[in-house]
Design a protein around this ligand. Structure first.
Ligand code: DLL
Length: 441
């Protein structure tokens, strides 16, 4: 088909429902979801406060009457207070990729795991995966939804998986070459790094067997796509998701590669102004808010993702009818994604507070000098603790380094700076300088 990068195959006929059929399905599933969550005290309370009765949902637009859910609601109901099924029905638990003292957990029933792998299969097939392929998965396997989410989706399609997981990049290159994987799955920044290492090991573009890549889990740009495609000699596809909603598989690109189709038979997506929470017109950037329609273990109502992107309802040449979301261009909160791990500046602050001698003045500078993110934390020393003695300062720096790693799970470079040298602000303190961010439109 004209304009499509790969042959157009559709995994699930539900991807091409007419808008009318889709609306009817959404209305039915949304009403069911509201009934299902009424069994969860947190939601029963929120629905009562919003004045939403058991039979309030007749149309998909009625979603706007429902209360919002935010990440803090999950934290406050730690570990699994929002569970909508008996504990015995849990088939799987995953968690947020951040490694704070208290992660947020999400749960799946057996049917949720099946729904999820079907959703992952949709975007993989849309982006050219076929049963005869072998797929190299370099996502972490664990609480993070990336590894297992993609793994099950690939198996669902009937393709082969190499569950390589992350780390030891030269070995990844060796495995890809020796096992002959045609498809690479990881974060876009890791794909770029694999490309660099492959080149250092003497492989030119296209000399590895790879032909396709499915990347997600963090923001990336069109320029990065071009770079990854050139260095690995592949076609690269974008896919999006978040653990609270299901994990990867919320949306993904088709062969047109102009936005990611949201699986609207499973999620209602809204694009709202992050402050007024009023809908923004199609084509304009707003915060994406998702309501799950089929999840059993942990349904969410109007989950505020903090991800900023635009929606596009124009027909797509591939024939899929799900609304497309553009690239995530930023976040409406201060969460950083560093080498795929979600980190809040407050976590760095927490780590600093554990170390005697540091002042609560710091600046996190994130950049991407090569393929991988680098974070430098500048920390002010308290006037009395500043010392000309090198050994003392090195010890202090190492302690901070260990604490930051323990709290965030990410290695950052710590730079100690003299008292009163970091910029002070009259309003909100600037804690982050992110040199990777594409400018907001
Ligand atoms: O990152 C799920 C996932 C894994 C998606 C693998 C795709 C592939 P979390 O760890 O909960 O879940 O992080 C979710 O990551 O709110 C976005 O800010 C960001 N994100 C995920 N995919 C994309 C993408 C997984 N394609 C958070 N583009 C989300 C931009 C993305 N940001």
């Amino acid at each position: 088909m004209a304009g499509l990068a790969v042959e157009n195959r559709i995994w699930d006929p539900l991807e091409t429902l007419s808008r009318e059929e889709l609306r009817a399905l959404q209305a039915r599933r949304l009403a069911e979801t509201v009934r299902r969550v009424s069994a969860v005290p947190f939601y029963a309370d929120a629905l009562a406060k919003a004045g939403v009765g058991a039979n309030a949902i007749e149309r998909p637009e009625d979603v706007s009457r429902l209360p919002f859910t935010v990440k803090d609601d999950l934290r406050r109901n730690y570990p699994l207070g929002l569970l909508a099924v008996p504990r015995s029905a849990i088939a799987r638990v995953h968690g947020s990729s951040g490694t704070t003292g208290k992660p947020t957990f999400v749960a799946y029933t057996r049917r949720d795991v099946e729904t999820w792998s079907g959703l992952v299969a949709r975007f993989l097939v849309a982006g050219g995966l076929r049963p005869e392929h072998l797929v190299h998965v370099a996502f972490g396997y664990g609480l993070f939804t990336g590894g297992f989410g993609l793994h099950y989706g690939i198996e669902r399609v009937g393709a082969g998986v190499v569950p390589a997981a992350g780390g030891n990049t030269p070995r990844q290159v060796l495995l890809i070459r020796d096992l002959g994987a045609e498809v690479l799955v990881c974060t876009p920044s890791y794909a770029l790094h694999i490309g660099e290492v492959a080149r250092a090991e003497g492989f030119g573009p296209g000399e590895l067997p790879l032909r396709l890549g499915h990347f997600g889990g963090e923001p990336w740009t069109e320029e990065m796509r071009v770079e990854i495609e050139r260095s690995l000699g592949i076609l690269a596809f974008n896919n999006y998701g978040l653990s609270e909603v299901i994990g990867p598989g919320v949306s993904g690109e088709c062969g047109a590669r102009e936005g990611m189709h949201v699986s609207e038979d499973h999620f209602i997506v809204e694009c709202l102004h992050p402050e007024t929470l009023e809908p923004v017109p199609d084509g304009e950037v707003g915060e994406l808010v998702f309501t799950t329609l089929t999840k059993e273990a942990l349904p969410v109502l109007r989950y505020r993702t903090r991800d900023l992107a635009a929606l596009d309802r124009r027909p797509c040449p591939c024939g899929r009818t799900g609304v497309r979301m553009g690239r995530v261009v930023g976040r409406s909160d201060d969460m950083l994604i560093i080498r795929g791990v979600n980190v809040f500046p407050s976590q760095v602050e927490e780590a600093l507070l554990r170390v005697e001698g540091t002042a609560p003045h710091y600046l996190i500078e994130v950049s991407r000098p090569g393929a991988l993110d680098e974070a430098v934390v500048k920390v002010e020393i308290r006037p009395g603790d500043f010392s000309d003695e090198m050994r003392q300062m090195v010890e202090l720096r190492d302690r901070i380094d260990r604490e930051i790693h323990a709290v965030t799970g990410v290695r950052m470079t710590v730079e100690l700076v003299a008292p009163n040298t970091l910029e002070r602000s009259a309003g909100k303190a600037r804690r982050v300088l992110d040199r990777r961010s594409p400018a907001l439109p």
